[in-house]
Each structure stands twice: as structure tokens, then as C-alpha cells.
Design a protein around this ligand. Structure first.
Ligand code: 5GP
Ligand code: ZN
Length: 114
């Protein structure tokens, strides 16, 4: 998608340091971190949100968790823990309409969900 900021990051049209990359997935630091570690993991494929996933994306989503597991090891947060957040559309406050998983870690996170 030409106007999508995360597609541009994934396609390297915008220079952002990628902390992980394979054929299908990239990860990079959030520009406005909400915790000492705040990573975004995204598919290269433009999928606007969770509700836009199709059955053929099942393997891709499984792989997203494999990447999250690798990043947890890399950032040494396997034991201390982390939170994964996926916002879907307006009521959840999704700002960027390209599916992304937030990984938050590096401090005690609040326990309130809303
Ligand atoms: P959302 O609210 O859509 O779940 O989260 C979008 C996230 O993307 C926000 O945490 C925001 O800080 C981050 N973000 C928005 N634009 C950019 C950008 O150009 N580069 C990076 N690295 N992060 C971005
Ligand atoms: Zn996109």
C-alpha cells in the first residue's frame, strides 16, 4: 500500500533501523516508546488489522509469535516478562492501519487493561 507508513518502513522507503527481518516479517523500535523496550513486529504484507486476516494468514501469525520469542531471547526478557498488545480499529486506538504487535518490556507494567 503506497500511503502506508509501515509498508514504507518494511519496503525501506523510510529509513528505520530494523531489529529483525525475514521474507515476511520485520521488527523495529516504536518511535514513541511507552516502556524501556517497545518493539513493533509487523508483517511485510499490508494487512490493515486483525479482522482483515484471512485463513491463508494463519501460518504468518504463527510466525509472528516465533519472531516475538526470538526477540524476547535477544532482549533478555524471557524471564522478566513482557506484554504483547495488538490494537484493532478505532475503539482500541489503532493509529496505524497496518497490523502490528507491540512488545512492551523493561519495567513493571500496569495491570489495568483499560
Ligand atoms: P497503534 O496505536 O496503531 O496500535 O500503534 C502505532 C504505533 O506506531 C505507536 O506506538 C506509534 O508510536 C508508532 N509509530 C507511528 N509512526 C511510526 C513511525 O514512523 N516509526 C516508528 N518507528 N513507529 C511509529
Ligand atoms: Zn501497510
Amino acid at each position: 500500500m503506497t500511503d502506508c507508513i509501515f509498508c514504507k518502513i518494511a519496503n525501506k522507503e523510510i529509513g528505520t533501523d530494523l531489529i529483525y527481518e525475514d521474507e515476511e516479517i520485520v521488527a523495529f523500535n516504536d518511535i514513541n516508546p511507552q516502556a524501556p523496550i517497545h518493539i513493533l513486529v509487523i508483517p511485510k504484507k499490508h494487512i490493515p488489522s486483525v479482522v482483515d486476516l484471512s485463513d491463508e494468514d494463519e501460518a504468518l501469525i504463527g510466525k509472528m509469535y516465533t519472531v516475538i520469542r526470538k526477540l524476547a531471547k535477544k532482549y533478555n526478557i524471557e524471564e522478566s516478562g513482557f506484554r504483547i498488545i495488538v490494537n484493532c480499529k478505532e475503539d482500541a486506538g489503532q493509529e496505524v492501519p497496518h497490523l502490528h504487535f507491540h512488545i512492551l518490556a523493561g519495567k513493571k507494567l500496569g495491570t489495568k487493561i483499560v
